[in-house]
Design a protein around this ligand. Structure first.
Ligand SMILES: NC(=O)c1ccc[n+]([C@@H]2O[C@H](COP(=O)([O-])OP(=O)(O)OC[C@H]3O[C@@H](n4cnc5c(N)ncnc54)[C@H](O)[C@@H]3O)[C@@H](O)[C@H]2O)c1
Length: 271
């Protein structure tokens, strides 16, 4: 569960306002990050994908004393225009943005990447999971006159082959490259752009991947720490990157996966 950790409270985000995109339920990575940011004094405007999600997300948002919820479908320019206009009207400017959004069809997240990736599926995965980040970075930068910090969420499937991850691995590779290019473009404005590469976690998105649960088990067994990736660590990394203690960090992909990404060969028996 996303809920069971002793969250450090403090003032690292005091006076900072920003947008969190991608809370769908209490297990969403965006929700774990939001709770940690709020516990450090951040004010957050939440975007959500559609009416059906609003009912699930509103009680969460209210539970941390916030009330700004804005519908935003990242595939719809009019919806994105309206969402960012609403934030600008409310606060004038922001200090941070969390992009925690991805999508690929179930048919694409299984078996052979070569056999199962359709042109439309590829287009949709890249549009929702990659272009949306570039679009958000541009929109956010326009309301960050004093600099700021932007993060997105990625996974090891960008760098290495992971069964079933398929077109999403291709999209995450493009997302990580987009992070570096956006960091280059926005760096001179004092805007830091980074990505967190989280280990597999039990969320709605993971449930869409064939064998998703095994990704968690294998990740845990092969990891250096021999444990699941914890929301605590992912939210802590987000706090670091989004607050001023993350100064000078830009264009980075920060792995929070119990060390899984450095393992070349799993532990072997003695023979
Ligand atoms: N769960 C994992 O194991 C894991 C590991 C590493 C990275 N990630 C990444 O973390 C991010 C968040 O995923 P999660 O695991 O918290 O799952 P989640 O399902 O809780 O979050 C995904 C979010 O994307 C949103 N979304 C999808 N299409 C959208 C659209 N058209 N417009 C607006 N929003 C849209 C959904 O509403 C949802 O809130 C994703 O980028 C995912 O790839 C997840």
């Amino acid at each position: 569960m996303a809920d069971d950790w002793n969250m450090p409270e403090g003032n690292l985000m005091k006076g900072k306002r920003g947008i969190v995109m991608g809370v769908a339920n209490q297990n969403s990575i965006a929700w774990g990050i939001s709770k940690q940011l709020a516990a450090q004094g951040a004010e957050i405007a939440f975007t959500y994908q559609g009416e059906s999600l609003e009912r699930r997300v509103r009680p969460l948002v209210e539970s941390i004393g916030m009330d700004t919820m804005i519908p935003a479908d990242v595939t719809d320019d009019a919806s994105m225009d309206a969402a960012f206009a609403q934030v600008k009207e409310k606060w004038g400017k922001i200090d941070f943005l969390v992009h925690s959004i991805a999508f690929a069809g179930k048919d694409e997240l299984q078996g052979s990447m070569v056999a199962n990736t359709t042109r439309e599926g590829f287009r949709r995965a890249m549009d929702i999971s990659v272009y949306s980040f570039i679009d958000c970075a541009r929109r956010a930068s326009e309301i960050m006159p004093d600099g700021g910090s932007i993060i997105c969420m990625t996974y090891l499937g960008a760098e290495r082959v992971v069964p079933s991850y398929n077109v999403m691995g291709v999209a995450k590779a493009a997302l990580e490259a987009s992070t570096r290019y956006a960091a280059r473009d926005l760096g001179p404005q004092g805007i830091r752009v980074n990505a967190i590469s989280a280990g597999a976690m039990r969320t709605l998105s993971l449930a869409g991947i064939m064998g998703g649960k095994s990704l968690m088990g294998t990740g845990r067994d092969m990891s250096l720490l021999k444990e699941d990736t914890r929301m605590e660590g992912v939210a802590g990394a987000a706090l670091y990157l989004l607050s001023d203690i993350g100064h000078s960090v830009a264009g980075e992909v920060l792995h929070v996966d119990a060390g899984f990404h450095v393992v070349g060969v799993p532990e072997m028996g003695e023979d």
